[in-house]
Design a binder for this molecule. Structure first.
Ligand code: GDD
Ligand code: MG
Length: 324
């Protein structure tokens, strides 16, 4: 039994208006909810159970993912009525795991090609308390900057600082030994980044850095979310959860596309209608949306059931979303 926890309780503020009605992890990326890419990644690495740590719009996950049977992994839901922070969420969700071995924990907004099975082996080999997956970015200010020694023992964790001492960052996937999770106080608001990691380092715990420079993307803002879909559709990134494509786009069952419409690098939701002469490039068209004739859209998000009038020309826009 290999166990995992997915942190999906954040508000997704930087993705508004997309997240007014949909939690960030349920937003469509390359034709399926983003979370599905992570769940399938965990399954492919050999994980057999996963608990979704939910809070904001918690009720929207279970109708889609159910008990996980359809995805080949057991899925359960830990709901925080008040968000408990990343550490509180991990402690709360762990009580629903049936396994008692090391636990993989994922931030719910990271698309990565890192070798999860190798991270777990590295953790076990080192008899680590916690193993952090790190990657390198040009600017670490918006992330947790992580310092470590020649032996890959982590020496400092610096969450979001103005002058980070390194460009090696916390890439948002950890392996925790069960004892460390059980030492986090229950039912309290706790941040792993600001409290648990610095506390463990202060106490001399065995915290290790697992470095993997393969594809990594935090989908937490609109341009990154769009990039994730494009990279999955173009093959720059692979996910076993991406549906089968036709000509570099994903057209869901029941969508109707006029013969003269031109669709490239886009996702067209189920039941959407695209009018004649429309040109759609790099767009996410929601389920049931109606796009009129001769519409030209580039890098746009169109909401579920929205209507885009004939002749509209737009780039980089959100069309048909609620205003709050
Ligand atoms: N259940 C639950 N409860 N989940 C939460 C809560 C909570 O109270 N707060 C945040 N989360 C989830 C979010 O939904 C997200 O999936 C994850 O925890 C991380 O939160 P973000 O808000 O996305 O954090 P960030 O992107 O600013 O920073 C984090 O990720 C970076 C890598 O992308 C940190 O872990 C950084 O250290 C890291 O570098
Ligand atoms: Mg994030």
């Amino acid at each position: 039994m290999s166990s995992a926890i997915l942190l999906v309780g954040g508000m997704g503020t930087r993705l508004q208006p997309l997240t007014f009605n949909t939690p960030k992890p349920m937003l469509s990326v390359a034709g399926v909810p983003f979370t599905e890419h992570q769940i399938i990644k965990a399954r492919e690495a050999g994980f057999t159970e996963i608990v979704l740590a939910t809070s904001f719009k918690a009720e929207l996950f279970e109708p889609y993912f159910g008990d996980g049977e359809r995805f080949g992994i057991s899925i359960r839901y830990a709901v925080e009525s008040v968000p408990l922070g990343t550490g509180g969420a991990i402690r709360n969700a762990a009580s629903m795991l049936t396994g008692s071995g090391p636990v993989a924990i994922f931030n719910g907004d990271v698309l990565s090609a890192h070798d999860l099975a190798a991270q777990l082996s590295f953790h076990v080999k080192n008899q680590a308390d916690v193993t952090l997956y790190l990657t390198e970015v040009p600017d670490a200010r918006a992330f947790g900057a992580v310092e470590f020694g020649d032996d890959f023992r982590v020496t400092a964790f610096n969450e979001k600082m103005e002058n980070p001492p390194t460009n090696m960052i916390n890439a948002g996937c950890y392996i925790f030994s069960r004892e460390v999770i059980d030492s986090i106080p229950a039912q309290q608001v706790i941040s792993v980044e600001r409290e648990t990691f610095p506390g463990l380092l202060n106490d001399g715990a065995r915290v290790f850095a697992f470095i993997d420079r393969n594809y990594w993307l935090d989908i937490g803002n609109p341009s990154a979310l769009m990039k994730a879909t494009r990279d999955l559709l173009s093959g720059a990134m692979y996910s076993a959860a991406t549906p089968v494509l036709s000509d570099g786009s994903f057209i869901a069952a029941g969508a109707s596309i006029a013969a003269t419409a031109k669709i490239t690098s886009s996702v067209i939701g189920s039941g959407a209608q695209i009018g004649s002469g429309a040109v759609i490039e790099g767009c996410l068209i929601g389920a049931g949306a109606r796009v009129g004739q001769e519409v030209v859209l580039t890098d746009c998000f169109v909401a579920d059931s929205a209507q885009v009038e004939s002749g509209v020309i737009a780039g980089g826009s959100f069309l048909g979303f609620p205003l709050k």
